[in-house]
Each structure stands twice: as structure tokens, then as C-alpha cells.
Design a protein around this ligand. Structure first.
Ligand SMILES: Nc1nc2c(c(=O)[nH]1)N[C@H]1C(S)=C(S)[C@@H](COP(=O)(O)OP(=O)(O)OC[C@H]3O[C@@H](n4cnc5c(=O)[nH]c(N)nc54)[C@H](O)[C@@H]3O)O[C@H]1N2
Ligand SMILES: Nc1nc2c(c(=O)[nH]1)N[C@H]1C(S)=C(S)[C@@H](COP(=O)(O)OP(=O)(O)OC[C@H]3O[C@@H](n4cnc5c(=O)[nH]c(N)nc54)[C@H](O)[C@@H]3O)O[C@H]1N2
Ligand code: SF4
Ligand SMILES: [Mo]
Length: 887
């Protein structure tokens, strides 16, 4: 690695906001990353996850070599084996027996090559992607109504809107920088109104003038009723409807059955009538309205209809393609949009073309392909069903972790056992999915890869590599290209650099396009390597009409349907179903983790915000089920079970009859928290997107005899006890632990993992109270605290002690005493990750007189860098402010 000074601009690998990131320092010592000032997505800011990127660059846990059945091998052997198997499966069972499962975290260039190989050369369309779990309903609804999978607006619209309707999105945690842009716009223009529609009271509600805590699944009733109301109130844009749209009557008729009046709608949605009336009136009166929606809409059995009910409202009021007015589907992954451009979904071909005879023929000619797929392939749920049935004999999973993220995740695990060859390309060695594979191919990761991604506003940005890949890891495009060549397609896969692939992708987008397809990168063809390397962020299309990119579509009233008019879609409202168990599980994200945690779990700062998998309960449900705050709870369905920490939400953030569980924890990081194992395969019939937000579950307390924690100097993998959760700390590794039987056996299982036996132990078996530590060379190697009923929440002092080079006598005494000697401030759970400000510190400042997030920032700095914690600061103020200050 070089000591030379680095100055690289790249793009954050997490969410679809697509922030620009500045890299400096040297390869030997990357400096803490900074937001890129000139990037139009973030203008210099980064959220907590983005700010912690340099902490995730270590090679810990990386997959460094190709492996076959657990044995390291060389690339040639692994690639030959994979190519031979594909060839054999095609010749014995046909191309339909081969499947790829990709990811919105592949770069556009990787994705393009995978899709081309599968659909154009293997000759089946069985390439689907985790975007099926994410954006499929949004794609299907855009295509049904505006004729093309195109986000009409841009980020500025979110700032220019006078009414911002945020529905099924927790943007404060999932798209933090965009949320901050919205919050700043609202602060600058206090008249701007924000309505949040979400069954939970999330951090996003922090900027809401109105929060509609709707009954899950009642969105179509709500939006249909709003359409009817606007019609009755004469608030439709008649000119736009007449000139630019068709089918309004059918949509109005379908909408009219949603609810008879406000009172009935209040019953269906379980929202106060007054709040519904306010929302409807605001929508009626505000031409500049943006509806911003995400997984609460998409991940539903009627996700496509939900999205179309939103788009219908925007068409009916002509609020599309105008500054501050559009239906804005936000993308989740850093390159979900790029995946859609290259045709990563099984029902797309490439460059916004499908399987119509004309599209097939055009793409076939462009690719010079010997056998292009004839029809759409299997969508994710069906794809894994066919892996299980044995129809799919070869499966290649790239850059996704379906054993965690798919519904009925245990069935996916079972399915893999039925497949003749499962190949997984990942940058990590140890995931639930890599454990189920025969062949592992080591992929280059963020910081090492080179290519492009497209963010939620269609902006293409470069991800640039600044580090060499470790071991034998290689970029995904390279791996796929090598397989293609081994299958005999050297000429058609000549790529030596991602720039070659980007050029072909751009040329396909303009091929016989003549304005018929929105996705057009003709202005970006024939870039030299230098130009590609220097490519500045730009919104597609880039062509003669829009040489610098286009911010908004449909400002000209022209749509990409056959008639050129936008199409209203009649939506039948589905009344929400009541769970037969009286409890439904909703799932989603926390602020500081990314999906299955393979990268965010490496950063100690990110582990401190929420350190354990949990389930949020309404107090009445908790009471009914005998569940207590901060104790363990077992949640189960007919498919599987999890054990997580119960949070009883006294702040009423959780609706009665519903429980929220984060999606992140896997078998790598917790004993039993893979919530996908509980979820059934119900999905939207049009988009195929699974309903991941609504699962009937049951819950009961998970009684344990003791609780405790373990600090170690090494990662011990999974532990031999009923409950454990793993986290990294600044000084080592930490496990939360609990058990149902006498801890003695567990204690010896831990001791056995260390060679030395220099343990010092305090024990009080009658109270199941044990304190052990292992000291070697005057340094702490392990600390284990167990008690039947003890509050271990304060242990930062011990983590700090753990990092010390030399233990003092005082430290030793403190460890054995089980508490710090002398006065040590215990920060509590970290609320502000950037400045590591804890809840206890913040509460003290509030008690001492701080009354606003700004004041807290002035005093403690919390919330003054990325701002992601501001909603939590405000809720702490609301919770802990002394009574007299509130009056
Ligand atoms: N920190 C963090 N950020 C991320 C990610 C991450 O893993 N971590 N992942 C990224 C990805 S890939 C994605 S797709 C996005 C997802 O971003 P979001 O969709 O904003 O996140 P979620 O938490 O999945 O769900 C959003 C909200 O939908 C609500 N909801 C559930 N059911 C309903 C319903 O019936 N109606 C309505 N109106 N709302 C409902 C939930 O209560 C939840 O608050 O986040 C991206 N950003
Ligand atoms: N219950 C429930 N389930 C959900 C959701 C939910 O809200 N609730 N959300 C769904 C959504 S929206 C999404 S997007 C999915 C996300 O779910 P997944 O895609 O399964 O989750 P990730 O952890 O992002 O998986 C990415 C994998 O790729 C690896 N990786 C990272 N970079 C690279 C690379 O450059 N190359 C390669 N080859 N590998 C790489 C990572 O180590 C990791 O193993 O989860 C879905 N599942
Ligand atoms: S908002 Fe945060 S996670 Fe999303 S792209 Fe920006 S820095 Fe990355
Ligand atoms: Mo997603």
C-alpha cells in the first residue's frame, strides 16, 4: 500500500440518496471521510453511516480467496468449475435451469454484464435481484401509469414543495441527508407543511405538522378517498386530465367505493376524522405537493396499487413534472436505479426495454446474441421456489444475503440444499448465505471497486476505487466477464475496464431510440478513460436535448405510453386485514445499520446507537402478553421464531396490535434474530414484491435465569448460550448474553476458548452471580459478568479499561468489584454517533436547563455534524424536560 497522498471523490455505498464522499489521507492511513461539497445530493454533508465509512475498511471477515466446499482454491479452478457447470446444466436441462440473483449494490457496470450474460447469452431471463424486495412495486406502478420506470422529479422538489406527504418512509433514518434537506427547507419556510403517514411514530415525524398513524395496509382506502374528495370538491386539474391523460373515469369509479364518508374512512384507517379532514384540505389547496414514498408502500400485497393510488392523485391534480410537485418514489439501495436501467429485474430486458418482439429483436441485434431470452424470468420468490423444487440446478447469488432478507428465509436455506451448484460472490466470508454455498468468489468491495451508480433522482455518479482489493478479491464485472469468456463469448465480453462496459451500456440506451425511450445516455457515449474517470454527477437523460441532464420529466405533458398520455389506474381499495393472532409484525430499518450488517457491524460507533435486535410493543399488548420492558421476548409465526429484546413504547410510538422488529440482525451477529424466517411469501400479484411489513405473529416472554455480558480481545463467533448478540467496541468485542439454565457450563465454554487459564473469578452461585476476568501480561483479554438480576447497562468504563495497555491495581479491584472505583461518568446509550454523546449526558444537560436541540448542540456538540440524531434529541427533551420548563 502506498503512502502517497490521496484525493479521491467517490459515492457512498449505502442508501439511494447517493451522497458524494471525499477521500483523503493515504492508502496506508485513510483519513476520516468527508462529504463532497460539490455533490448535488449532499453538498458536503454525510449521515452517521456515511461518516463512519473509513471504520468499515478493515480486512476483518473479508473473503480473500475463491473457495470450493470450504477449501481455498485459485481463480482459474473456481472459474472453470463454475463455467463447466453452467455449460453442463444448459446442455442437460436447458437455460431455464440456470439462475442469477443480483443486487442493487452492484455497480451499473457489474449489473450490465451479469444481465447481458444471463439474458443474451445463457438465454434465459432467470436473473432477478433484491430490488424485487425493494422497488418492484414502484417500477410496476410507474410503468402502468406513465409508461416508463422514471422518477419524474428531483431532490429540489422536496425543498420547493409547499406540502410534503411522506408515506411509508422513515426518511429520518433511511435517507438521512434528504431528510435533513427537507427539515432545512421547512425551517426556512415554516409555511411548508409536512404530513407523515406511517403506523409508527418514527423519527421522521419530527418535522411533521400532521402524523396519520394509519392502520397498516389502509393506504389505498386513504388515497382513493382523497381522490373522490378532490373530485367532489372540484379540485381536479381538468385541462391536464383532458390533454395529457386517459382513463380517469374508471379510476374515479373505483375510488368512489373506498369509503362513504369521513367517519367511515376514520374507521378503516383508524385515524381521527379531524386529521383526515385537515390532510384532505391541505392536499386540495396546495398545488406544490410532493408525495414521497418508500417501503411502507412498496412492500405490500397491493404495493403496486398503493403506488398507483398515489400517482392517480398527482395526475388528477396535474402535479407531476413541475417544480415542487410530483409522486416521488425514493430508492433504497445505492444503485437500485442503475439496476433498473440495465434491466436487472427478471421482467426487464435492458436499457428500459422489455420482452416485446421489437425490444427483444433490437437488443439481440445490438448484443449479437446467439439466444436471447424469450420471455420474462422468475421473480425472486418464484425463483427460490424453483431452486427448492429442483428445477433450477445452478444458482449464482451476487452481492445480496437472501438467507436473511427473503421472506420465509429458512425455506431459502432449505432450497439451496436442493441445488446442484450454488455460487455466491460476496466481499465477506461469513454470512448466512455464504455458509450455504458450494463455491465462494471473493468480490472487491466499496473503496476498491470502480464504476457508476444512479441515485434516487436519476443522477449518475462515479464510485471510484482508492484501495487495492485484499487477497485475491476481484471486481464483480471482472468475475462475470471471466465466466462469459469461458462459456465461449470472448468477443462479446471484451471488457478490460468498467469504462468499456459503461460505453456499451450508453450506446445501447441510444440504439434505435429516436426519443421513444426515456433512458438515453447518448451524450455519454465514446468517453475516453480520462473522461469516464472524471465524470461529474449528472442526471439522465443526457442527450442532444438535455446535454447537461434533465431535472424533471413530464413537464412537457408527454408520457411514454403508447398514446403519449398518462394513464389513470383504477385501484380497488383493500381494507386492511386483521391478524388472526391479534399481533402483526412490521419490519424495517434502524438509523445506524445497513441491511444484514456485513459492513456497518465493523464500525464501533455504529454499534452504539442500537446494540441489540429488539421488538417495539404498545404498552397494552405488553401487559396482555406479560412482556416487560428491556426483557427478552420470543416472537414466532408458523414458519419460525426469533428472540429479541422487548421495548415497551410508553411514548405510544407503536400502535396497539402491532410490533416493529428491525431487519438487520443475522446468525452472524445474534443467536436468533433472523426475522425473515417468520415472514410468509405473500406478495403483490403484479410486481411480485413480497409483503414484508405485515406478518401475523405471536409473542411471549422468553424467561432466562441470568443476564450478562462478555468482553473479549477476539471474535468468538456464536456462543453456547440461549441468547447472545455480538458487537465490536473501540477496544475489542462485546457480547450481550443470557441463559435459561445454570451458567456454569457456559462459563467453561468461554474459558475453553482461551489458551491461558489465568482467570480471576468472583462467584456467588446462589445468586447466579459471576465475575471473571482473564489477564495476560498485565492486559485484559476477557471479562465476563453474569447475574440473575443485575443492571449491566453501564459498562463503558470497562470497555475503556479493556483498551488500556497496562492494568493498574485500581483497575483490577474495580473489575472484581464490578463497578468503577471513584467517579466515572457513564454516558449511557450513544445518541449522537458523530461526537459520541450519550443519553445520560444529554439528559443531564436537559435537567440543567437545555430546552432545544440547538442548545444541546451548543453545549455538547450533539447533532451539529450530520444531524441524524436531532429527532432523538428533541424526543429526549420532550421526555425529560423538567415539568416547570415545559409550562
Ligand atoms: N439506516 C439505513 N438506511 C437505509 C437502509 C438500511 O438498511 N439502513 N436501507 C436502504 C434501503 S435498501 C431501503 S429500501 C430504504 C427503506 O427506507 P424506508 O422505507 O423509509 O424504511 P423502512 O424502515 O423499511 O420502512 C418505512 C416505514 O414504513 C412503515 N410502514 C409499514 N407498513 C406500512 C403501511 O401499511 N403503510 C404505510 N404508509 N407505512 C407503513 C414502517 O412503519 C416504516 O416506518 O432504506 C435505505 N436506507
Ligand atoms: N423483513 C424484511 N426484509 C427485507 C426488507 C424489510 O424491510 N423487511 N427490506 C428488503 C430490501 S428493501 C432490501 S434492499 C433487501 C436487502 O437485503 P440484502 O441485499 O440481502 O442485504 P445486504 O446486507 O445489503 O446484502 C449485501 C451482501 O452483499 C455483500 N457485498 C457488499 N458489497 C459487495 C460487492 O461490491 N460485491 C459483492 N459481490 N458483494 C458485496 C455484503 O457483504 C452482503 O453480504 O432486504 C429486503 N428484505
Ligand atoms: S444519506 Fe447517509 S447513507 Fe445515504 S448516501 Fe448519504 S451518507 Fe450515505
Ligand atoms: Mo431496499
Amino acid at each position: 500500500m502506498s503512502h502517497e497522498k490521496l484525493q479521491v471523490q467517490t459515492t457512498c455505498p449505502y442508501c439511494g440518496v447517493g451522497c458524494g464522499v471525499d477521500i483523503s489521507g493515504s492508502q496506508e492511513a485513510i483519513a476520516p471521510v468527508a462529504g463532497m461539497k460539490s455533490h448535488p445530493a449532499n453538498f458536503g454533508r454525510l449521515c452517521v453511516k456515511g461518516s463512519a465509512l473509513h471504520d468499515t475498511l478493515s480486512h476483518t471477515d473479508r473473503l480473500l480467496h475463491p473457495t470450493m466446499n470450504g477449501q481455498a482454491t485459485d481463480w482459474d479452478t473456481a472459474l472453470n468449475l463454475v463455467a463447466d457447470k453452467i455449460r453442463q446444466v444448459i446442455s442437460t436441462h436447458g437455460p431455464e435451469a440456470v439462475a442469477f440473483y443480483g443486487s442493487g449494490q452492484l455497480l451499473t457496470e457489474d449489473y450490465y454484464v451479469a444481465n447481458k450474460l444471463m439474458k443474451g447469452f445463457i438465454g434465459s431471463a432467470n436473473m432477478d435481484t433484491n430490488s424485487r424486495l425493494c422497488m418492484a412495486s414502484a417500477v410496476a406502478s410507474y410503468k402502468r401509469s406513465i409508461g416508463s420506470d422514471t422518477v419524474p422529479g428531483c431532490y429540489e422538489d422536496l425543498e420547493q414543495a409547499d406540502l410534503l406527504v411522506i408515506t411509508g418512509s422513515n426518511a429520518a433514518w433511511a435517507h438521512p441527508i434528504l431528510f435533513q434537506r427537507m427539515a432545512a427547507a421547512k425551517k426556512a419556510r415554516p409555511d411548508m407543511k409536512v404530513v407523515v403517514i406511517d403506523p409508527r411514530k418514527t423519527a421522521t415525524c419530527d418535522i411533521a405538522d400532521l402524523h396519520l398513524a394509519i392502520k397498516p395496509g389502509s393506504d389505498t382506502s386513504l388515497f382513493n378517498a382523497l381522490l373522490t374528495y378532490l373530485h367532489q370538491q372540484n379540485a381536479l386539474d381538468k385541462d391536464f386530465i383532458e390533454q395529457c391523460s386517459e382513463n380517469i373515469d374508471a379510476a374515479l369509479e373505483a375510488a368512489s367505493t373506498a369509503a362513504e364518508d369521513f367517519s367511515q374512512l376514520a374507521d378503516i384507517t383508524d385515524v381521527e376524522q379531524q386529521d383526515l379532514e385537515t390532510f384532505f384540505a391541505w392536499f386540495r389547496d396546495t398545488p406544490k405537493t410532493v408525495t414521497f414514498y418508500s417501503q411502507g408502500v412498496n412492500q405490500s400485497v397491493d404495493g403496486t396499487d398503493k403506488a398507483n393510488s398515489i400517482i392517480n392523485l398527482h395526475l388528477a391534480t396535474g402535479r407531476i413534472g413541475k417544480p415542487g410537485a410530483c409522486p416521488f418514489s425514493i430508492t433504497g439501495q445505492p444503485n437500485a436505479m442503475g439496476g433498473r436501467e440495465v434491466g436487472g429485474l427478471a421482467n426487464q430486458l435492458a436499457a428500459h426495454m422489455d420482452f416485446s418482439p421489437a425490444d427483444r429483436d433490437r437488443v439481440r441485434r445490438f448484443w449479437q446474441s446467439p439466444r436471447i431470452a424469450e420471455k420474462p424470468g422468475l421473480k425472486a420468490v418464484d425463483l427460490f421456489n424453483e431452486v427448492k423444487s429442483g428445477k433450477i440446478k445452478f444458482l449464482w447469488v451476487m452481492s445480496t444475503n437472501p438467507l436473511v432478507s427473503m421472506p420465509d428465509a429458512d425455506d431459502v436455506k432449505e432450497a439451496m440444499k436442493h441445488c446442484e451448484l450454488v455460487v455466491v460472490s460476496d466481499c465477506m466470508a461469513n454470512t448466512d448465505t455464504t455458509a450455504a454455498a458450494h463455491v465462494l468468489l471473493p468480490a472487491a468491495s466499496w473503496g476498491e471497486k470502480n464504476g457508476t451508480v444512479t441515485n434516487s433522482e436519476r443522477r449518475i455518479s462515479r464510485q471510484r476505487g482508492f484501495l487495492p482489493p485484499p487477497g485475491e478479491a476481484r471486481p464483480d464485472w471482472w468475475i462475470i466477464t471471466q465466466i462469459a469468456r469461458r462459456l465461449g463469448f470472448e468477443k462479446e465480453f471484451p471488457y478490460e475496464h468498467p469504462a468499456d462496459i459503461f460505453d456499451e451500456h450508453a450506446r445501447l440506451s441510444m440504439f434505435e431510440n429516436k426519443g421513444t425511450r426515456d433512458f438515453d445516455l447518448s451524450g455519454l457515449t465514446n468517453l475516453s478513460r480520462e473522461q469516464y474517470d472524471a465524470l461529474a454527477p449528472i442526471q439522465w437523460p443526457v442527450n442532444d436535448n438535455y446535454p447537461s441532464g434533465r431535472a424533471r420529466f413530464y413537464d412537457d405533458g408527454r408520457f411514454y405510453t403508447e398514446s403519449g398520455k398518462a394513464k389513470f389506474i383504477p385501484v380497488d381499495a383493500r381494507p386492511p386485514v386483521t391478524s388472526e393472532t391479534g399481533l402483526t409484525m412490521n419490519t424495517g430499518r434502524v438509523r445506524d445499520h445497513w441491511h444484514t450488517m456485513t459492513r456497518t457491524a465493523k464500525a464501533p460507533v455504529l454499534a452504539r446507537h442500537i446494540a441489540e435486535p429488539y421488538a417495539d410493543f404498545h404498552p397494552e399488548d405488553a401487559m396482555r402478553l406479560g412482556i416487560r420492558d428491556n426483557k427478552l421476548v420470543r416472537l414466532w409465526s408458523n414458519l419460525g421464531e426469533i428472540i429479541v429484546r422487548a421495548h415497551v413504547r410508553s411514548d405510544m410510538a407503536q400502535r396497539k396490535g402491532e410490533v416493529f422488529v428491525p431487519m438487520h440482525w443475522t446468525s452472524r451477529y445474534a443467536s436468533k434474530a433472523r426475522m425473515g424466517a417468520l415472514i410468509n411469501k405473500d406478495h403483490d400479484p403484479i410486481s411480485g414484491q413480497p409483503a414484508l411489513k405485515i406478518t401475523a405473529v405471536e409473542a411471549t416472554i422468553f424467561p432466562t435465569e441470568w443476564e450478562g455480558f462478555l468482553l473479549t480481545n477476539k471474535d468468538l463467533g456464536s456462543l453456547d448460550t440461549d441468547y447472545w448478540v455480538y458487537n465490536v467496541t473501540d477496544t475489542g468485542h462485546m457480547y450481550e448474553i443470557s441463559g435459561q439454565s445454570d451458567p456454569v457450563g457456559f462459563i467453561s465454554s468461554v474459558r475453553n476458548q482461551f489458551e491461558s487459564d489465568n482467570w480471576v473469578m468472583f462467584s456467588d452461585p446462589a445468586n447466579l452471580h459471576y465475575r471473571l476476568c482473564l489477564v495476560e501480561g498485565n492486559q485484559l483479554k476477557a471479562v465476563l459478568f453474569i447475574h440473575q438480576n443485575y443492571d449491566f447497562s453501564s459498562r463503558q468504563w470497562l470497555i475503556d479499561t479493556f483498551g488500556q495497555k497496562e492494568l493498574s491495581m485500581q483497575d483490577r479491584r474495580a473489575i472484581l468489584a464490578g463497578r468503577p472505583l471513584g467517579k466515572v461518568e457513564d454516558k449511557g446509550a450513544i445518541i449522537c454517533s458523530c461526537f459520541q454523546v450519550g443519553e445520560n449526558t444529554i439528559n443531564k444537560a436537559i435537567a440543567d436547563g437545555c430546552t432545544s436541540a440547538d442548545e444541546l448542540g451548543g453545549q455538547l456538540k450533539c447533532g451539529t455534524n450530520c444531524g441524524s440524531c436531532i429527532p432523538e434529541l428533541k424526543s429526549l427533551i420532550a421526555k425529560y424536560q423538567p415539568a416547570e420548563a415545559v409550562e
